[in-house]
Every structure is written in structure tokens, then in C-alpha cells.
Design a binder for this molecule. Structure first.
Ligand code: SAH
Ligand code: SF4
Ligand code: F3S
Length: 419
């Protein structure tokens, strides 16, 4: 059985898709990139903004068209949309064979096998262990924060931290299998807590694993970024100097309406602490423009924050009302035209700043870890998580730590040569 998997949405979905890959390969299924070689197409969907849903709908539509000429192909929709609006998907696309929500991700494999009349028994001798230098691992499921605009708590459920003993065990197995870098995931990863083990304590335990080179984590909620965690980023060599710290807005009025539980001043305090303790820190963020009742003045606050904080990178989104959320009961009174304008202004400013920051890196030497080698393209990352394409290393350098000199810089990527 050949399968194609299209993953949309956040790192949670990436992590789920990777898990699905390993389950399916255990049963002898083969991953393909070309739909004409696929027996089944799996679409892992996201509901966070209406645009994300539109993207999934149009993708499913295209696969449905393909199925009209190739009736044997199976279509499986999984992920957050499947969880939230599975019935609607079924009504709209009657060629979809199977719909499984995020909460039942572990049942997908057996359901797919069932679709093909295969049983659940392991195919002996076909267990392939592909070397993966970077592995993602969800350690906190769900979210309790109920930011007023956000659908995630309704899709992924209440926050739940995994047992740290299970996490440590999984990490050790990954490292034994060749993984060098582990990325810990949670919608609010730094609120991890299991049996009095908090996130900082967990990170301190994971760094002890021999042969593990790097740990990264995301996403951090500003209200839970503790001094002790900042200290661990500053002092533990294996912990990468990168923090994704969504600000969303810099207007206290809007932050309150978003139910974010911090003020701009508190956010700024964290940035200052991070930069003071970790000089090479890479700080990225998320911003929403056009939240209900965001005035020009509120937007100016956010824009000024972008200019003065000088984030290394950011994602900016146009507010999109989502069902069930508190913000959906507010009037979506910023016009689409204004949302688009504000979006474009933030993006332009941020690109200018990022370009300035990366161009200063040209000529510097960086220690990188080679994460991926594919079709002669060598992808590595600096200690503060910046992507570097290496121009001259030999192709069997996967998983190696190398010193490279940066020779060229673009907004989202650097180019280097091994020195
Ligand atoms: N748990 C993370 C990220 C959640 S979703 C956090 O708390 O930061 C990723 C980003 O999507 C959010 O940070 C937010 O900027 C954006 N987002 C979420 N809901 C949205 C909505 N309804 N409209 C526009 N952007 C939204
Ligand atoms: Fe959504 Fe807020 Fe939870 Fe992030 S912290 S997933 S934005 S509710
Ligand atoms: Fe989207 Fe679900 Fe992630 S809604 S952002 S894929 S948790």
C-alpha cells in the first residue's frame, strides 16, 4: 500500500504525521510524493483560521477530481478539521472514504488498513528505521488558555502533560536510533507539569541523555516563561537559543480582550531579560491584526513594538472569527481592507528588520548541525535555530556538527561554506 500525506497547520500536526509515517511503515506501507503512485491520500488538516480550512477544502477538491479518473484511490481526512467539522466534510465531499479527528490519531493506522482489507498484524522484516536527525515530540496536549480568538482548546481539548518518565524513555530511544536534536512541542509547552516536575526540570533531565546534541521547544506563552527557564536556556549548552514567544498585540486593551494575561510592559520585561541572559537569542513571534475593535492607535502600538523589539522573525495573521470562541461573539468590525493593509505593513517592516539582522551575520562563523541531506541540498541549523544551506560540505555529513562561514543571507535562510 502506497500513501501520500499532505500536512497542514502547526507542528502538532507535523508531529502527528510523523507518528503516522512510522506506524504505517511498520505495516509495510510506502510513502510517496506523487499522487499517481498513491493508493491512499491522507490529508492532515488545520482549523485555526478560515483560510486554513479553505486551503484544505480546495486540496480535498483536487484529490476528489483525481479520484473521478482513478476510482481505486482512497481519501482519508484527519486532523483538526476532521475533529471539528467531520460531518460537514463528509457532506461536501462524498468521495472521502474516512474521517478521523486529532483526538483519535492513534486509531488511524488500523482504520486505514481496514479500508484496504488488510489486518493489523505486523509485517515481519519490513520494519524500516529511517535515520532522523531531528525529531518532534508532543509533551503537552491540548490547551487551557482559551485566548478569546482561538479554536485550539475546542479541537485539541484540555491541557494534559505526558508522564516525564515516558518522555525520557522515548527521548533515549530516539537518541539510540541516531536522533541528535529533539523538539519538544505543546501549544503552551512551558506550562508542562507532571507530578511536580515542571518544564525546566524536564529539560534539565533530557539534557543528561548522552549523545543528544540539541533540545528546542515551542510554543512559549509569555505568562509562563519563568526566570529559571531563561536561566536554563542561558546555561545549558544543549538548549538552543531560540524562543518563539507570541505577542499577538502590543495594545493592552486588545491583549485584555484576547485574554492573554499579560501587558505589553510585562512582555517587554521578558524580552529584556532574555536578551540580557542569552546574548545570541533568536526571538520570533506571532501577531494578529484586525482583532475586533482594534483601532488605528492599537495597531500603531503593535507596529511600534515590532520596530523597537526587532524580532528576528514573525508570523502575522489577519483575525479570523472561529466558531465557539469568545471573540466570535464580538463584532468583527475591522474591515478586510484594513486587515490587509495592517498585515502588509507589519510584514514589510518585519522583512526589513530580518534582512538587516541576517545581513550582519555575513562573514561570521557559526556552529551548525546538519539536519537534512536531500538531492544534494544540505540543510543545517545554527545554535540559535537559523536555517543554513551549506554550499560545499560532502554529502555524508548528515548529523555532523560543523563550523561554517556565512557567505550570503536572505530573510529566512543563510548560505554558508564549511571552513
Ligand atoms: N499555542 C500557540 C499558537 C497557537 S495557533 C500560542 O499560544 O501562541 C498559532 C497562531 O495563530 C497564534 O499564535 C495566533 O497568532 C494565530 N491565530 C490563532 N487563532 C487565530 C484567529 N482566530 N485568527 C487569526 N489568527 C489566529
Ligand atoms: Fe490558542 Fe491561546 Fe492556547 Fe495558543 S495559548 S493554543 S493561542 S488558546
Ligand atoms: Fe491548526 Fe490544529 Fe495546530 S487547529 S494550529 S493544526 S492544533
Amino acid at each position: 500500500m502506497n500513501y501520500l500525506i499532505e500536512t497542514m497547520g502547526c507542528q502538532m500536526n507535523v508531529c502527528d504525521s510523523t507518528m503516522l509515517d512510522s506506524y504505517l511503515s511498520t505495516y509495510g506501507a510506502l510513502k510517496v510524493n506523487d499522487i499517481s503512485n498513491a493508493d491512499v491520500v491522507i490529508i492532515n488538516t488545520c482549523s485555526v483560521r478560515s483560510q486554513a480550512e479553505q486551503k484544505a477544502f480546495s486540496y480535498i477538491g483536487r484529490v476528489e477530481k483525481f479520484k473521478q479518473k482513478n476510482p481505486n484511490i482512497r481519501i482519508v481526512v484527519v486532523g483538526c478539521m476532521a475533529e471539528l467539522i467531520g460531518l460537514k466534510i463528509q457532506e461536501r465531499f462524498n468521495s472521502v472514504d474516512l474521517i478521523v479527528g486529532s483526538k483519535n490519531i492513534d486509531k488511524i493506522t488500523s482504520k486505514i488498513l481496514h479500508l484496504f482489507g488488510l489486518n493489523n498484524r505486523l509485517k515481519s522484516g519490513e520494519i524500516s528505521q529511517k535515520l532522523e536527525i531531528v525529531k518532534y515530540m508532543t509533551i503537552v496536549r491540548g490547551c487551557n488558555n482559551y485566548c478569546s480568538y482561538c479554536i485550539v482548546p475546542f479541537v485539541r481539548g484540555r491541557e494534559e502533560s505526558l508522564d516525564y518518565r515516558v518522555i525520557l524513555n522515548k527521548c533515549s530511544v530516539m537518541v539510540k536510533n541516531g536522533t541528535k536534536e529533539i523538539v519538544l512541542l505543546g501549544q503552551n509547552v512551558n506550562s508542562y507539569n507532571y507530578d511536580y516536575v515542571n518544564f525546566t526540570m524536564l529539560v534539565k533531565k533530557i539534557v543528561m541523555i548522552e549523545n543528544l546534541r540539541r533540545i528546542r521547544f515551542m510554543t512559549n506563552h509569555p505568562k509562563d516563561l519563568s526566570d529559571e527557564l531563561i536561566n536554563v536556556i542561558a546555561t545549558e549548552a544543549k538548549v538552543c537559543s531560540h524562543v518563539h514567544l507570541p505577542i499577538q498585540s502590543a495594545s493592552d486593551k486588545v491583549l485584555k480582550a484576547m485574554n492573554r494575561n499579560y501587558s505589553y510592559e510585562q512582555y517587554l520585561g521578558l524580552i529584556n531579560k532574555l536578551r540580557k541572559s542569552v546574548p545570541d537569542i533568536n526571538i520570533t513571534t506571532d501577531i494578529i491584526v484586525g482583532f475586533p475593535s482594534e483601532t488605528e492607535m492599537d495597531f500603531e502600538c503593535t507596529l511600534n513594538a515590532v520596530k523597537s523589539i526587532k524580532f528576528d522573525g514573525l508570523y502575522v495573521f489577519k483575525y479570523s472569527p472561529r466558531p465557539n470562541t469568545k471573540a466570535a461573539t464580538m463584532i468583527d468590525n475591522v474591515s478586510l481592507k484594513d486587515k490587509k493593509t495592517r498585515h502588509a505593513i507589519v510584514l514589510e517592516e518585519s522583512n526589513k528588520i530580518s534582512t538587516e539582522i541576517v545581513s550582519k551575520m555575513v562573514g561570521s562563523t557559526q556552529e551548525v548541525l546538519v539536519e537534512k541531506v536531500e538531492n544534494g541540498v544540505i540543510e543545517a541549523r545554527t545554535r540559535n535555530c537559523r536555517k543554513v544551506f551549506i554550499k560545499n560540505a560532502n554529502v555524508d555529513c548528515l548529523g555532523e556538527q560543523l563550523d561554517v562561514t556565512i557567505v550570503e543571507a536572505k530573510v529566512n535562510s543563510l548560505f554558508g561554506i564549511v571552513t
